[in-house]
Design a protein around this ligand. Sequence first.
Ligand SMILES: NC(=O)c1ccc[n+]([C@@H]2O[C@H](COP(=O)([O-])OP(=O)(O)OC[C@H]3O[C@@H](n4cnc5c(N)ncnc54)[C@H](OP(=O)(O)O)[C@@H]3O)[C@@H](O)[C@H]2O)c1
Length: 357
Amino acid sequence: MSDVRRKVMVVGGYGEVGKSVCAALAASSPGEVIVAGRSLEKAEAFAARFGGALEPMRLDIEAVGTALPPSFDAVGTVVMCVERDTADFAHACLASGRNYIDVSASDAFLRQVQSLHDVARMHQSTAVLSVGVAPGLSNLLAKRCVEDLDEVDRIDIGLLLGMGDAHGEAATRWLINALLEQRRIAPGTKNDVMDYGFGWGRRTMYPVDFADQHVIRRTLQARAASTAVCFDPSWLFDALSALMNATPLAIAKRVYPGRAFVEWSRKMRVGSHRFSLRVEARGRRGGESVRVLGYLEGEREAERTGQVAAWVANRLRARQWDPGVYHLEQLTDLASLLGEVPSLSTRLEILDSRDPS
Ligand SMILES: NC(=O)c1ccc[n+]([C@@H]2O[C@H](COP(=O)([O-])OP(=O)(O)OC[C@H]3O[C@@H](n4cnc5c(N)ncnc54)[C@H](OP(=O)(O)O)[C@@H]3O)[C@@H](O)[C@H]2O)c1
């Protein structure tokens, strides 16, 4: 990255995740951060809170073609906080020598960006995917759980989300769509009720197609992997889920991801603002069956997602990683990240035992 391209552009920069990326980067690199979104007014209002450390910009990412406009001239790193279907824009960044970070949880999209590895190497740029809490910290916790195993049979990821937390509109809609999609592909599935442990008690676990379960099969050579979410309070989401299940699927797919329901569920704010990740890995070490349970707890999931992305942006700007396209766990480990950004987690436990099953 040349020095004329010192700036970081945060696309979706005044959204729930984006504003945390901007706040962290405004502190570390004032004057070198662009907050971009479709509304210049919102970008300006957000930037005004930082006394000149952030530059507001109007940008509709859908309108950017395969060649980047002049507004990108000073940009060396892009942090994408808007859900995308195609990797065209990622391609434009990497092929022009710019670094690219994405917080997306959609594996189909991440695979498209992953396929740009050779493009990135050829143009000396780097993309980092699986950035955030889940995917992100979940991938790193899974890596920590399997690091001493000779063989990995399966990894099961659990994500607990506090319904009192501030979840963004895009993230809420993504999760509702993923839960409905699960219902479409596995109608009548009985969700697992399990003791989540670590003081949370019994929870209904809802399988969700988060990217982490697919990515760690590729990066950590796990034979099988799954991701399921649960909520705090449990009863509230169980009641909502019963309502969603009682609605015919065709209607549910129109009503629940719609603006009115998404806004209502975001404003409800019942329960804690904590999140937790629980990773259970099974495999073999020295011929013996082993079970490793990893637990990581923190507060304010969207804000922590942004802090992980800002940390990655600073690593890329310092040219600490090679050109290419990588998932977070291919570049770093949990100890390094938590060592440098301790606010990401308030509790971490790793329990390693013989597997009786
Ligand atoms: N990895 C993780 O752990 C993790 C955690 C949470 C969320 N996420 C992901 O992060 C992403 C953002 O979620 P969020 O909760 O921050 O959503 P959000 O609060 O709704 O923010 C989205 C932002 O994107 C902007 N935007 C939307 N369309 C745009 C376009 N065409 N061009 C430019 N800007 C556009 C929006 O502003 P305007 O509408 O005004 O343009 C808004 O500022 C989602 O993909 C979500 O799945 C990942």
